[in-house]
Design a protein. Structure first.
Length: 339
């Protein structure tokens, strides 16, 4: 990799992922993908079939300064750049915790306080030289992945969500990814689900993320008296306890499911999405989360045009963010050049 001060980040209309899904770019071409969240920064070289050929990962130093977080991004790119496959890379795709501003190439993740208006696209461009860079929110990236290769592949209208350290989402409308002007359409984590709720770090009140994110589930469980049998408290530990029948752990996931149902049903009433696809670390809890969520949706999604809403686990699992970032870059940057 080389350094360059050239700016290759040019926002474009919402990409058409249908071309990627039906053929993709040249078979040898690869996309370097980044998935940036509040706990980890993952990277991969992704091929035309959505396979991750090389991977790198670092913890996100979210409590440290902006340059520390960028340093972790640079380490991930540096590791990928040492791969013998790097010369086949045509572009870089980034899915970042949001909000993002794809017009400016900036990010302001709620769960990375040091990054406010951080020029992520420009900083990545400086690391990868002549390669173009595409930026989107992590929820949008998951929507792109599931629409390309996953559970929303045939969907006419879908909400795809990431429930992890934060809660994000992306929308498929009329069989196309809908980004909105800044790339934040579908950012469901900051819908208010409790008018009398606590203040959210985003500045609003009662946001869905305060109830359904991994840290929120853990915090509520610990505050209600639950303690892990071994190791540190985490959403995974709460999920394990819920599977064993711990009443506080079960209640923590029921509380999260009720909040998710409120946010999802409101989104469905506005957009007429027909299905919801949920991925991210918290979704790995499986039935502990999805069973109460489906029950709660029956209570919240009661109007005729939203009553048939279905809920699915993300087909691509934890690789959806990377696959989606690659798909967005391929489509948005015009790399769909061969079938």
């Amino acid at each position: 990799m080389t350094s360059s001060s050239a700016n290759h980040h040019v926002p474009s209309p919402a990409p058409d992922l249908g071309a990627v899904a039906s053929g993709g770019f040249l078979r040898r071409d690869l996309i370097a993908a980044l998935d940036i969240g509040g706990t980890k920064i993952a990277g991969a070289l992704v091929d035309t079939r959505g396979q991750l050929l090389e991977q790198a990962r670092r913890a996100t130093p979210a409590a440290e300064g902006a340059e520390a977080v960028m340093g972790a991004v640079a380490e991930v790119l540096g590791e990928l750049g040492r791969s013998v496959l790097w010369p086949r890379v045509r572009a870089v795709g980034i899915g970042s915790a949001g909000p993002v501003d794809r017009r400016r190439g900036e990010v302001s993740p709620v769960n990375i306080p040091a990054w406010r208006g951080f020029p992520l696209a420009r900083r990545v461009e400086a690391l990868v030289g002549p390669l173009p860079v595409a930026l989107a929110g992590d929820g949008v990236a998951i929507a792109a992945a599931e629409h390309w290769l996953g559970a929303a592949r045939e969907a006419e209208a879908a909400l795809c969500m990431v429930v992890s350290t934060g809660v994000g989402g992306g929308l498929i409308l009329d069989r196309k990814l809908y980004l909105g002007s800044t790339g934040n359409a579908g950012h469901i984590g900051h819908i208010t689900v409790d008018l009398n709720g606590d203040r959210c770090p985003c500045g609003s009140w009662g946001c869905l993320e305060l109830y359904a994110s991994g840290p929120s589930i853990t915090r509520w469980a610990v505050g209600s008296g639950w303690r892990p049998e071994a190791g540190a408290a985490s959403a995974q530990a709460v999920a394990d306890a819920a599977r064993s029948g711990d009443p506080i752990a079960v209640a923590a996931f029921e509380r999260a499911a009720r909040a998710l149902a409120a946010g999802i049903s409101a989104t469905a009433a506005l957009t007429e999405v027909q299905m919801v696809v949920i991925g991210g670390g918290v979704a790995q809890a499986g039935a502990v989360l999805f069973d109460p969520l489906r029950e709660q949706l029956d209570a919240f999604a009661v109007l005729g045009f939203v009553r048939g809403l279905t809920v699915h686990e993300a087909a691509l699992g934890t690789r959806a963010g990377l696959v989606g970032a690659a798909a967005l870059a391929a489509a948005e940057l015009g790399l769909v050049v061969a079938t």
